[in-house]
Design a protein around this ligand. Structure first.
Ligand code: BES
Ligand code: MN
Ligand code: MN
Length: 459
């Protein structure tokens, strides 16, 4: 009792310091999608190495990979205690569109109790909570209640290409009883939730090539097929008016929602009117027969993410474009396989392609969907920790985003993941003006500390 008060007092007393450290972390533009930032990404890895080294761990190591480094640290207190592998990512999305930021993305600023910066929520701010929780134990001479291993990667936003082989090659190093991840959102403000399902991803690109150069639309119009028209035609056949994906075989492996699942969804306090209003929309649209929450977390989707062709400048230029292209993402649910889905997509698009143009379909990085077994004991410790800090029992929810490595942790290490998110869907991750509530940064540290305290009694 007394010791825990000390841990939590330490957290209360050091808020300012924690915030300043997080600001230093957020200052580093560790953008993994852009090779120009390679050195900044490295700097972020070393930032974590330095912080781990100050934590009295048994081992801290930076592993070089073909891509960005993997940061590792461990503290083994007692082999008979549970071992928690804490995962996070120190890479961030590009800040684009940069003009829409109210304050610069890599100069963290607090407004109205929120920290604004790229990576504030996804995932620097969220993942840093666990380091500070450990620090609170160390600095107050409180025995750390479990064994802890940290693994941070710098390639999550590009599909974790180096981490997947790394965990296969380091099974023993990463041996654990569970993975703890803070890289998701709470259900709503002051409403904690534990995420037990994540979607997967298959990401495709379609390129259409017509004539060998752009053509005068008066001189050639009518004689040649137009790649922009062809592309639109193909895209229009990917889904029907009811939002049902038309790729043959697409739904074959989808695990359908059970009546029980659907009842649980109905119990969540979701205000659709408010949801629309916040997005500036008059009406929503999704797969027929499913609710908004089901559509955004337990049903697969297909969406154009980028689209280009022809003249985009001011005024009218009469031209038939020689090329057109699109990026298309598909969010996948258990048991859909990204590779198989990509193949089905390719075959279908090729079947729609006329022989007047050349259509090429390529595959970008993807990821597997994941689901945590609801009977896993670690979840109850997480729920109790949330309740102790937020004074509310958390909801168990599924989310629409992807953390591809979660499925690999399950498959390769046999470990379930506890997705203990402190963010909010309104944090604008991947968008301009990303933010993270300071109070959730602090409550996150408290919740993490509490989780470690409670876990042994649940195991
Ligand atoms: N932290 C997100 C995933 C996320 C966001 C899960 C919100 C649940 C709620 C993660 O950093 C992310 O952006 N993942 C990518 C994965 C992709 C690059 C393979 C995604 O979901 O687009
Ligand atoms: Mn993330
Ligand atoms: Mn992300």
């Amino acid at each position: 009792m007394i010791t825990m008060a000390t841990v939590s007092e330490y957290i209360e007393d050091n808020k300012e310091q924690f915030k300043n450290e997080l600001f230093d972390f957020l200052n580093i533009p560790s953008i993994s999608t852009d090779s120009e930032y390679k050195n900044n990404v490295k700097d972020a890895a070393y930032f974590l190495i330095n912080k781990l080294e100050s934590l009295n761990m048994d081992r801290v190591e930076l592993f070089e990979t073909e891509g960005n480094p993997i940061v590792y640290g461990e503290l083994i207190t007692d082999e008979s205690k549970p071992t928690v592998l804490v995962y996070g990512h120190y890479d961030v999305q590009p800040p684009d569109p940069i003009d829409e930021w109210e304050t610069p993305p890599f100069q963290p600023t607090v407004r109205d109790g929120d920290i604004y910066a790229r990576g504030a929520s996804d995932d620097k701010g969220q993942s840093y909570t666990h380091l500070k929780a450990l620090e609170a134990y160390q600095k107050t001479d409180t025995d750390f209640p479990v064994n802890i291993k940290f693994i941070f990667e710098g390639e999550e936003e590009i599909g974790s290409p180096s981490l997947v082989p790394f965990i296969k090659d380091h099974k023993e190093l990463l041996e654990c009883d569970m993975v703890l991840i803070s890289d998701t959102a709470m259900f709503a403000e002051d409403t904690p939730s534990i995420t037990y399902g994540l979607r997967g991803l298959a990401y495709m690109q379609i390129n259409v090539q017509g004539s060998n150069r752009d053509l005068h639309s008066g001189v050639y119009g009518g004689a040649v097929d137009n790649p922009a028209n062809v592309l639109c035609n193909i895209i229009s056949k990917l889904k029907d008016d009811d939002g049902i994906i038309q790729i043959p075989g697409f739904y074959d492996d989808v695990v359908e929602l059970t009546e029980e699942d659907r009842e649980a969804y109905k119990k969540l306090p979701f205000d659709e009117e408010e949801y629309k209003e916040k997005l500036g929309l008059e009406a929503l649209k999704g797969e027929k027969g499913y609710s908004t929450l089901e559509r955004t977390s337990a049903r697969p989707t297909l969406d154009v993410n980028g689209l280009w062709s022809g003249y985009q400048g001011e005024g009218a230029k009469t031209v038939l474009p020689a090329k057109a292209g699109a990026k298309v993402s598909m969010r996948l649910v258990p048991n859909q396989d990204p590779k198989k889905t990509a193949k089905l997509f390719k075959e279908y698009v090729h079947s729609l392609a006329p022989d007047t143009v050349t259509v090429t379909v390529t595959e970008h990085h993807g990821g597997n969907p994941a689901i945590t077994d609801l009977s896993f004991y670690g979840l109850q410790a997480a729920a109790d920790a949330f309740e102790a800090v937020y004074h509310k029992e958390p909801f168990f929810t599924r989310e629409g985003g992807s953390i591809p490595i979660v499925a690999d942790f399950q498959k390769v290490l046999g470990a379930q993941s506890i997705l203990m998110g402190f963010g909010l869907n309104s944090d604008a991750i991947h968008s301009p003006n990303e933010k993270f509530a300071l109070k959730d940064f602090y409550r996150g540290i408290h919740t993490s500390a509490k989780f470690f305290e409670l876990l042994p009694s649940h195991s």
